[in-house]
Design a protein around this ligand. Structure first.
Ligand SMILES: CC(C)(COP(=O)(O)OP(=O)(O)OC[C@H]1O[C@@H](n2cnc3c(N)ncnc32)[C@H](O)[C@@H]1OP(=O)(O)O)[C@@H](O)C(=O)NCCC(=O)NCCS
Length: 174
């Protein structure tokens, strides 16, 4: 099977179709697997404007996506909103259900880290989706646990919480 990593992937329509395929549309609509940054063509175009999509294709079909964008915002431990327009956020990590557990996410995450290092960045932020309950801040929804474990594996530290879902926000050393 021919696999390739494609950098600077800019076809937003193909990315959106792939996001639906990778998520399973029903889950996406019920927000079971919903990834904010891949949720609309507008979101995808926003990322293309300031950052980059990197995809893994297998026999011409996208099976994994990651992206990074300029600017992030989240809640500090005290609860106030931090806006960091010059920092980088790694987002939109999604692997097709049939291809999970094979190292593709790690490969994409490392590729994004390398591309950010090449731009001179020393760290990036990753927001893991929580359970939308302020009382349970820092708790991660079941489906996001692998993503959290992946982030931790890179020596990342929690620096705050997501604005809406109250999941942990990791500062990832590059
Ligand atoms: C998160 C996701 C991208 C991981 O993709 P993947 O290709 O299966 O991950 P990999 O095989 O590269 O594994 C990388 C690391 O993720 C973690 N991981 C992967 N699967 C895991 C699982 N079932 N349970 C716990 N940790 C897991 C491990 O830390 C693993 O590192 P290790 O192999 O050294 O232990 C995939 O599960 C996914 O698409 N989930 C739905 C979307 C999502 O949650 N995105 C993030 C939103 S915050």
């Amino acid at each position: 099977m021919a696999e390739e990593i494609v950098y600077n992937f800019r076809n937003s329509a193909e990315l959106y179709e792939a996001a639906i395929d990778l998520h399973d549309k029903k889950n996406m609509q019920q927000k079971e697997t919903w990834i904010y940054s891949l949720n609309s063509l507008e979101q995808i175009d926003n990322i293309i404007r300031t950052g980059e999509f990197i995809v893994i294709k297998r026999d011409g079909r996208i099976i994994g996506i990651i992206s990074y964008k300029k600017g992030t915002s989240f809640r500090s431990f005290q609860g106030d909103i931090q806006k960091l327009p010059d920092e980088w956020e790694i987002c939109g990590l999604l692997i097709h259900q049939h291809y999970r557990g094979k190292g593709y996410a790690k490969q994409l995450f490392k590729a994004a880290m390398r591309r950010l290092r090449e731009r001179g960045a020393t760290h990036a932020y990753a927001i893991i989706t929580g359970v939308f309950d302020e009382g349970k801040k820092g708790e991660v929804r079941e489906i996001s646990k692998p993503a959290e474990s992946l982030c931790r594996g890179f020596g990342s530290q929690v620096v705050g919480f997501g604005k809406h879902s109250w999941g942990p926000v990791y500062k990832v050393p590059l």
